[in-house]
Design a protein around this ligand. Structure first.
Ligand SMILES: [Zn+2]
Ligand SMILES: [Zn+2]
Length: 753
């Protein structure tokens, strides 16, 4: 047999997932000699063996891959012969220019759950139990590659037992970088709201905490992604106290359930939803309430008829939930509008007026994240918020002509996208950049990425809106070290995000881009938000839009749906909505609309107007409340056929005013609000199809916050399939402004006009 040395290079999510131990064990099983190590591009393996055995080995790597690993690419080549005596794991070199995905956080695995529940196991009740397949990763990453000394766990020295596991190839914690136990690991501290420490041993803290939850207390507890605010979901007084203290009166709370079994008792679950709830991502899954739902929906998610449900993502939460054995509220630990808290200092500063007790621990969180949120439209998964478990990697893109680019995103649902090398990193969701703490978190995270990849951006992409904090910050970065800053129009960025996600840049056919959202500054300095574009051959054109209407009273317009309604009604029709305003207000708005110059095509505001017209809501208490409530009302229409509100109408621009007028007339004829809300959304879906047919286009790509509307998507799936049109939407990224930073990058790389 001819012995040769083969070099196998594997790229993808291969660090922090137990990949090297997996390779080691597979090599030993196959009686191979050689080595495995992390390198800049992933994992590199050398084996000295026959050609046949080398290929057999590569095949079994691909086939037997650990569940949490993802292979993007693999190569095998013959190199000059190397002598090995056995098979070795070689420690990583430092200072590498890393070109691999960052490993996201993984939820606790079944084997670890078994261990914490086994009275004889040395990790019984240990709240930070992890293994090579589970535990925090991105949250605690300080540097590359994913080795213990490069994470915040470096402050914890492994005890004898842990070290032995780490060194033992047949142990499931062989080379587990997050390995720790009660003797050497992370410690917790339970305090009263005054800061006074509750004197209990580490082993009793969770029992005590569960007792406090049972008694109706609100607890700020630090999980491995940041602080959460928790209370008994059955306890109406506790939940309403949490609402009052957080000044979050109506916005839905997520509910953490102890087990899938209990979720099944209260909700109808599809197979896909079951899988997602239990996946390593462990997101919040939005589920329709059923008549078996036992919690008080008015307190959990007022007027929405749905609940955000999740299962424990960390070992700490797992222990608490199985002990309390009933659902608890688990919402991000932050003051109103601020980012999720991560340090004891921040938590005490911001949450003392909210929480009765605090559970701190001493593991530093480097990258704090909220929980990710998903929902299903029939069989299609939609991402509502992309954070823990999902961010920051964006895999599988082509056409990256230039690297070292930082895209700053939008303003309200901020993210940034960094392209330091051939990998795209789309940050987690940060929130509204009007908030000072959010801006700081955003800035600090950008700086951390720059140092993590040891790469300064050469080009910075910003939104066209000069007052977006992300645009301002982008220009500030320019002063320091960058070559150029380029402005990209908001809706064009949205369109590029959906084109890129569906690999449509190279397609020969024309694509219709339907980009609908709340606001975004247009090329004509009007507020766009109801846009139709075409894309072909690297060129993009705006071909139609909703008819412009008055944007009144600046920021108030987005907060008060009644203002959008006021703006969209004629002087005559406004008389019917006088009762929604005080006399003075009504006068002021009449005057304002006479002299108004700022115009908008926003479909988001059209949704607001219809919600107000149907007396669903006049003033929002949280972002996007009106369209969410409207969606819920529209879902309730089951007996009546939807009406095409624009049937037999001739129009060029989409007549926003006419749509509202028609609904008003039908409302006066006593049509139900459920029927009218549903007809409104049905009409929007129809006019997308009409626009495609008018332009002879067979592929539609939709993006923008409006396309998180379940009823609209449902109609679109139905109508496009009836009309043999292909429908493309955002799948890996949310349809809302979270995709702007990625879209900016894709615009810069692909559009040539
Ligand atoms: Zn595990
Ligand atoms: Zn230990």
């Amino acid at each position: 047999m001819d012995l040769e040395t083969y070099k196998i290079q594997i790229t993808g999510r291969v660090q922090g997932v137990g990949f090297r131990p997996f390779i080691y064990n597979l090599a030993v099983k196959n009686q191979l000699v050689g080595s495995v190590s992390n390198n800049a591009n992933g994992v590199i393996i050398f084996i000295t063996t026959s050609k046949v055995k080398a290929n057999v080995f590569l095949n079994s790597i691909v086939k037997e891959l650990p569940k949490v690993a993802i292979i993007e690419n693999h190569t095998i080549e013959k190199v000059s012969i190397k002598k090995f005596e056995n098979f070795k794991i070689i420690p990583s070199k430092t200072g590498l220019q890393i070109q691999i995905p960052i490993t996201p956080d993984f939820a606790i695995c079944d084997k670890c759950i078994k261990e914490i529940n086994s009275p004889t196991n040395r990790r019984n009740n240990y709240a930070f139990t992890t293994c090579i397949h589970c535990g925090p990763r991105y949250a605690i990453t300080k540097k590359y590659p994913f080795e213990r000394q490069n994470t915040t766990l470096r402050n914890f020295k492994m005890c004898k037992n842990c070290k032995a596991e780490y060194k033992n190839p047949s142990d499931r914690r062989f080379h587990s970088q997050t390995n720790s136990c009660l003797d050497c690991g992370i410690t917790m501290e339970l305090t009263e709201n005054s800061g006074k420490i509750c004197v209990v041993s580490q082993n009793q803290i969770i029992d005590k905490l569960v007792e406090l939850l049972h008694a109706g207390n609100i607890i700020a507890l630090k999980s491995t992604n940041g602080y959460l605010l928790c209370c008994d979901a059955n306890n109406i007084i506790a939940v309403s106290n949490l609402r009052k203290r957080k000044q979050r009166y109506n916005k839905p709370f997520a509910v953490l359930y102890p087990s899938l079994k209990q979720v099944k008792l209260e909700f109808n679950l599809s197979e896909k939803e079951k899988m997602d709830l239990q996946s390593i991502i462990r997101p919040i899954v939005i589920l329709e309430n059923t008549n078996r739902f036992t919690l008080n929906a008015d307190y959990i998610a007022p007027n929405l008829n749905q609940t955000g449900v999740m299962l424990p993502s960390s070992t700490l939460l797992q222990l608490i939930l199985q002990k309390i054995n009933k659902p608890i509220i688990a919402t991000s630990g932050n003051a109103h509008g601020s980012p999720i808290n991560t340090t004891k200092k921040e938590a005490i500063q911001n949450l003392t007026t909210i929480a009765d007790y605090f559970l701190h621990h001493n593991l530093k969180i480097e990258f704090p994240q909220d929980d990710s949120v998903i929902k299903y439209v029939n069989e299609t998964k939609i991402i509502i918020r992309r954070s823990r478990g999902l961010s920051p990697n964006y895999l599988n893109t082509e056409n990256l002509e230039e690297t070292k680019i930082l895209a700053m995103g939008a303003h309200l649902k901020s993210t940034f996208t960094f392209l330091p090398n051939q990998h795209i990193y789309v940050s987690q969701y940060f929130g509204n950049l009007n908030n000072y703490d959010v801006i700081n978190r955003f800035k600090v995270t950008i700086q951390k990425y720059i140092s993590l990849f040891n790469t300064n951006p050469k080009t910075i992409l910003i939104d066209k809106h000069p007052q977006y904090q992300s645009s301002i910050l982008g220009k500030e970065l320019l002063k320091k070290n960058t070559k150029n800053v380029i402005e990209i129009q908001h809706h064009k960025a949205h369109f590029c995000s959906v084109l890129a996600e569906n690999n449509l840049f190279k397609i020969n056919k024309k694509v219709l881009g339907v980009i609908w959202d709340g606001t975004g500054l247009g090329d004509d300095y009007k507020i766009w938000g109801g846009e139709f574009f075409t894309y072909q051959n690297r060129k993009m054109e705006r071909i139609n839009h909703f008819d412009y209407f008055n944007w009144l009273a600046n920021d108030k317009m987005a907060k008060e749906p009644r203002l959008s309604l006021f703006s969209l009604l004629s002087n005559e029709d406004r008389k019917c909505i006088k009762s929604k305003f005080s006399k003075t207000e009504f006068k002021i708005y009449c005057k304002l609309s006479k002299n108004n110059t700022l115009k908008t095509a926003s479909v988001g505001r059209l949704f607001d107007a219809v919600a107000s017209l149907l007396n669903i809501i006049d003033v929002n208490t949280y972002d996007a409340e009106a369209p969410m409530l409207l969606e819920n009302i529209a879902k309730k229409c089951d007996s009546n056929k939807p009406i095409d509100l624009l049937e037999k109408e001739n129009y060029d621009k989409i007549p926003s005013q006419l749509i509202v007028k028609k609904i008003l007339k039908l409302k006066q004829k006593k049509y139900t609000k459920e029927h009218l809300a549903n007809s409104f959304i049905y009409t929007l879906a129809l006019l997308i199809i009409r626009e495609a047919k008018k332009n002879n286009i067979e592929i539609i790509a939709c993006s923008g916050g409006v396309f998180q509307n379940l009823v609209l998507l449902d109609y679109l799936f139905q109508l496009t399939s009836e009309n043999k049109i292909e429908l493309k939407i955002n799948r890996k990224l949310p349809a809302n402004d979270e995709n702007i930073s990625f879209g900016q990058l894709m615009y810069y790389q692909n559009i040539k006009n």
